[in-house]
Design a protein. Structure first.
Length: 139
């Protein structure tokens, strides 16, 4: 029996190179990990039932032309996000309220810090200054 002749016009099909298999494996692994993390977060949620926990503290007091600016640091210790966070500063002397200043911060993400400024005409360093977060809205 004679062997059939090989067709020299049809190129031989090369196998898939090992580097392509490695790249495909890495891509598949990364895709599955990302989908898994997103799925786990959607089911369990990082903020599952926890409200935002925003704390206010004085960062710095600066004299300006019209009085003083109290720079306030807002720190959210919860993984939940807070929107429209109100912050208030009150100057008191001998138990009497002298001045009150308020500001609104649009957005304080979970586990982050944001800043705000409160304006006063009296020097806060010469009086008792209290700052606090007033409230928030769900984003």
């Amino acid at each position: 029996m004679a062997k059939p002749e090989q067709d020299l016009t049809t190129p031989a099909k090369p196998g898939i190179p090992a580097l392509e298999w490695i790249a495909a494996g890495i891509g598949l692994t990364l895709t599955l990990v990302i989908v898994g993390v997103i799925g786990w977060d959607a089911v369990n949620g990082t903020a599952a039932g926890q409200p935002p926990a925003v704390e206010a503290s004085v960062a710095r007091i600066t004299p300006v032309a019209t009085g003083y600016v109290v720079e306030v640091k807002l720190r959210n210790r919860s993984p939940a996000t807070a929107a429209s966070v109100g912050v208030e500063g009150e100057l008191t002397s001998g138990g009497t309220a002298l001045e009150t200043s308020r500001a609104m911060v649009d957005y304080v993400p979970g586990r982050s810090e944001r800043g705000a400024g409160l304006f006063f005409t009296r020097n806060p360093a010469q009086h008792t200054l209290q700052v606090r977060a007033l409230g928030y809205a769900d984003p």
